[in-house]
Design a protein around this ligand. Structure first.
Ligand SMILES: Nc1ncnc2c1ncn2[C@@H]1O[C@H](COP(=O)(O)OP(=O)(O)OP(=O)(O)O)[C@@H](O)[C@H]1O
Ligand SMILES: [Mg+2]
Length: 511
């Protein structure tokens, strides 16, 4: 097999930081090739260089024998390299099919004149593009959602929609940046199959950046491992998985060992901090949450688990008053939140680290953290929390002056969690804290969450990683299509065959 895409000594320096420091690899034609490494290793930067977002500061990139380093992004797209983004970039206010069609201007046969004059050629072309878009949507089982607003799709579906859009360009190479982020194990398994089928059906070469090891090891034929801009390993999955350097830097020593679920404790129940009564939320005509009731007691860690689209994020957003309630009520410390504005919640003691991070891209890391403490007057308390944030995530300490928008995906996630802690909340709501986080750091984040809880913080956690969530939580609620179907002690739920089976998708094992 000949190399379709090859990198030779690729280097990308930002100011004093060598984000990519001389990386070389060859991607064979029709391969499924993995690029993995810890947060901030330089993976997305490699994609940005290959797709022309950045002109590399050194080295060469060759595609089908032709040097492409430094070419403009549109030119590289025309040559046949398409990608998806780590942070979803959809037009939320456009429909699902329109989001796919926006990519078609590159491949349409109609000229500008045809378009303006709305000639037959334009009409035929338009129909062909729509048919092609529908075909791609059907492949990802999104055809029924074609007319819906993209922003109303659950996270996992938005990721699939991004892939469908990239395929509209008829690429030779598809670069996927964390397509499985936010998918549960059953959904990730489906994605694995789809990646293989795509490769065969469209004669594609796929380069995959992904932190979900089930997917990486399951689907990649060859894997390149980076850490801090350098190559640390390269080989077939079986070799990479057991490479001591990879274990140390990326997977973590006991990467499959999840702490055993804690046993139920017989402590006297604390007072109820948050109570949600018969909550209902609708997006347009679609009822996403159909009457959920739950409570979180002071000092507890409560997990909300369930498949994509079950209504977990919607529930958190409704509690945070980011979405209007159709019915029901939310009370915090006995006070009904009905008339309270979203921005007042932080002062009341509720903080949220939302899914997809939502940090301020044009503010520095320090400024983002300060924004999290805008309700706090005590400079001493702010400084102390800043120190705690840095102790929790040393990488943030190294990057205080860097703009939030230029952080790697995982670094942004660390910032979102740290920022939520800056207000010194009583209740912390975390939406998918492990999203986009390297395996070794997921351990650290869950340890950190446990430490924070022991100090008395109350946490409501939404997490796709069910094993982890149930191991960390005292109690949990299982959501299926907008309703609570099971709830109770987390250790008991972890052993419940219904949790392992039907509710989270077939084949999910929580052991
Ligand atoms: N424009 C930029 N200016 C300054 N630093 C940058 C810029 N872009 C990226 N970096 C830094 O370069 C390093 C590599 O970032 P990159 O986004 O490539 O990491 P990654 O391997 O994709 O990590 P993750 O798994 O967390 O997404 C990071 O530490 C990041 O903060
Ligand atoms: Mg990245």
């Amino acid at each position: 097999m000949s190399a379709l895409l090859s990198l030779s000594n690729l280097e990308m320096v930002f100011g004093g930081l060598r984000a990519v420091g001389g990386v070389s690899f060859e991607v064979p034609e029709k391969a499924i090739f993995g690029l993995i490494g810890p947060n901030g290793a330089g993976k997305t930067t490699v994609f940005n260089c290959v797709t022309g977002v950045y002109a590399p500061t050194g080295g060469t990139i060759t595609f089908r024998g032709r040097p492409i380093g430094g070419l403009p992004a549109w030119k590289i797209a025309d040559l046949g390299i398409a990608r998806t983004f780590q942070n979803i970039r959809l037009f939320g206010q456009m429909s699902v099919i329109e989001n796919v069609l926006v990519a078609s201007h590159r491949v349409t046969k109609a000229s500008l004149l045809d378009v303006i004059a709305r000639t037959d050629r334009y009409a035929a072309d338009d129909a062909a593009m729509r048919a092609k878009a529908m075909d791609l949507l059907a492949f990802f089982e999104l055809d029924d959602n074609a007319g819906q607003l993209a922003s109303s799709l659950p996270y996992g579906d938005q990721r699939r929609l991004e892939i469908a859009r990239a395929l509209m360009l008829d690429p030779r190479v598809l670069l996927l940046d964390e397509p499985a982020a936010g998918l549960n194990s059953a959904e990730a398994k489906v994605l694995e199959g789809q990646i293989r089928t795509l490769r065969d059906r469209f004669d594609l070469t796929v380069v995959l950046v992904e932190h979900n090891m089930q997917v990486v090891m399951g689907v990649c034929e060859e894997i390149h491992v980076m850490d801090r801009g350098e190559t640390i390993a390269h080989g077939v999955p079986a070799a990479v998985q057991t490479d001591p350097k990879v274990l140390e830097a990326y997977l973590g020593a006991g990467h499959d060992a999840v702490t055993a679920p804690r046993e139920a404790t017989a402590e006297a129940p604390a007072e109820v901090l948050l109570s949600v009564m018969d909550l209902q939320v609708a997006y347009g005509g679609i009822q996403a949450v159909k009457g959920i009731s739950l409570e979180v007691r002071r000092g507890e860690l409560v997990a909300l688990i369930g498949a994509n689209g079950a209504g977990k994020t919607t529930t958190l957003k409704a509690i945070a008053r980011m979405l209007p309630l159709k019915a029901g009520a939310v009370a915090f410390e006995g006070k009904n939140l009905g008339g309270v504005e979203a921005h007042s919640l932080v002062a009341m003691g509720i903080a949220m680290a939302p899914e997809g991070r939502a940090i301020f891209p044009n503010l520095t890391v320090r400024e983002n953290l300060e924004m999290g403490a805008y309700t706090v007057d005590d400079r001493g308390a702010i400084a102390a929390r800043m120190d705690e944030a840095v102790a929790l995530f040393p990488r943030l300490g190294e990057r205080m002056a860097q703009l939030g928008g230029t952080l790697s995906g995982g670094e942004q996630q660390m910032l979102a969690i740290a920022r939520a802690l800056m207000s010194g909340p009583k209740l912390l709501m975390l939406d998918e804290p492990s999203l986009g986080i390297a395996p070794v750091l997921v351990d650290q984040i869950f340890e950190a969450i446990d430490r924070i809880r022991r100090k008395g913080l109350t946490i409501l956690l939404v997490e796709q990683n069910t094993r982890r969530a149930l191991a960390a939580a005292q109690r949990a609620y299982v959501l299926v299509t907008g309703e609570v179907v099971l709830s109770g002690d987390a250790a008991t739920l972890a052993r419940d065959p219904r949790v392992q089976g039907a509710y989270l998708g077939e084949g999910v094992h929580i052991d």
